[in-house]
Ligand binder design. Structure first.
Ligand SMILES: [Zn+2]
Length: 350
């Protein structure tokens, strides 16, 4: 259902008009990760009338998210709603002209190519919080020739860069390798100043909209970074690396990585995520029945979550287990990957 005049103020902008608006309606944006940046950018693109948004996120809404993740509310935190699902509900209320696809999953090598083939995005927005996934997005964007906007916020600062495959520097031209795990401050250790998110998301969504509108002469094409504590702002145009593994030699190390199931410590959360080796669908009701015998668990449409009665963490704390429909699990109260894997094998299956 379209409301006449909804986009009037946007159509007044030079280079947009009714034609630009029609164009936006034909386009699709893939938003990988729906934390603070993903929320803010998705909101901007949805209000602007981008025809389709695909939002992929692996987490559920928590209370500590509400300070800066603007698509979520207290009910979502109370219900532990998956972020992609909560975002879709909110965005449907904001603008029902826009089709929103919610994927509750990890953007991983095994599914990245399928998701891109299925949805054919015209732009990819980085809403992730880690370099592994960013390099994976960069690989997928370069391989399929899709523009991609990298962005990140930590503390009161942030940066963003538009990558146009074949034309501008890609992420691996700028950072050849991801920083070693634990070497960088993260939002869990350094905090996040909410207003910094708005600036980076504004830049990210702005570049994305210019791409979707075909306004190539207005692209900023630069790595923008700033800090709101110091008022520092820099803008530089990183050169392409003539020897870049990714965008020159077309080696897609992250996309082609053997994806034999993974165990990853979730930063700063005292939790470990277990990913099964293949794409699968977990029968949540049956799992819930089984787990009810060994702890206190609840079942929702999207997950089974609760506490195991007979397990204690390294510090004597209760061990929490959340299992999603794609077979992924988050084990809380445990830091050792081996222990988390053992708990997964014992209670969920192998
Ligand atoms: Zn490159």
């Amino acid at each position: 259902m379209s409301s006449p005049g909804r986009y009037h103020r946007q159509e007044l902008l030079p280079g947009v008009g009714a034609e630009g608006q029609r164009r936006l309606r034909q386009q699709c944006a893939l938003i990988v990760g729906c934390g603070a940046l993903g929320c803010a950018s998705a909101d901007l693109l949805c209000r602007a009338g981008v025809g389709r948004l695909v939002i992929i996120d692996r987490d559920v809404v928590e209370w500590t998210n509400l300070q800066r993740q603007t698509l979520f509310d207290q009910r979502d935190a109370r219900d532990a709603t998956p972020k992609a699902v909560a975002a879709r509900r909110r965005l449907n209320d904001v603008n029902s002209d826009v089709q929103v696809h919610a994927l509750v999953a990890d953007f991983a090598p095994r599914c990245a190519t399928r998701i891109i083939a299925e949805h054919r995005p015209d732009i990819i927005l980085d809403g992730t919080d880690n370099f592994e996934t960013r390099f994976l997005i960069n690989d997928a964007a370069v391989r399929h020739g899709i523009p991609f906007v990298y962005a990140g916020v930590v503390g009161a600062g942030g940066m963003a860069l538009l990558v146009i495959p074949g034309q501008t520097a890609c992420l691996r031209c700028v950072f050849a390798e991801p920083p070693p795990p634990g070497s960088q401050p993260t939002c869990d250790t350094a905090g996040v100043f909410g207003p910094a998110v708005s600036i980076v998301a504004g830049y990210q969504a702005g570049e994305a909209m210019k791409i979707l509108l075909g306004l190539h002469d207005r692209l900023l094409r630069s790595l923008l970074s700033f800090d709101l504590w110091q008022g520092r702002r820099t803008r530089l145009e990183p050169p392409r690396d003539p020897d870049c593994r990714c965008c020159v030699h077309r080696r897609f190390d992250y996309l082609d990585a053997a994806d034999a199931g993974a165990v990853a410590s979730l930063c700063g959360q005292g939790a470990v995520q277990i990913t099964p080796p293949q794409e699968m669908t977990m029968e949540l009701e049956r799992l819930h029945e089984r787990l009810t015998g060994v702890g206190s668990f609840r079942l929702t449409e999207f997950l089974v979550s609760g506490t195991l009665g007979e397990e204690r963490g390294e510090r004597g704390e209760p061990v929490g287990l959340t299992v999603f429909a794609d077979g992924r699990a988050v084990v809380r109260g445990v830091r050792s990957p081996e222990r988390a894997r053992a708990i997964y094998a014992r209670y969920v299956g192998t």
